[in-house]
Ligand binder design. Structure first.
Ligand code: ZN
Length: 70
């Protein structure tokens, strides 16, 4: 899991790395065209909705990744 920023000054969203080196869309469901940077630790403000979703008991990583791994 990585933190990724879409546009400058935007919050850091949580994303997953794909086997092909790509990144998923943010876990919170926001659509981001492309990321300007990714980091392993949240240095700025990370997205509250991403954190909430990751921490929720119903969130399933495999289920989330399924649509990317076809
Ligand atoms: Zn987010």
């Amino acid at each position: 899991m990585k933190y990724a920023q879409g546009e400058k000054k935007n919050k850091l969203h949580l994303v997953y790395e794909l086997p092909n080196g790509g990144l998923t869309q943010p876990v919170c469901g926001r659509k981001v065209e492309s990321y300007r940077m990714t980091i392993n630790v949240p240095l700025g403000h990370s997205c509250k909705n991403c954190r909430k979703r990751i921490n929720s008991k119903v969130f399933n990583e495999n289920e989330f990744l399924k649509s990317y791994l076809k």
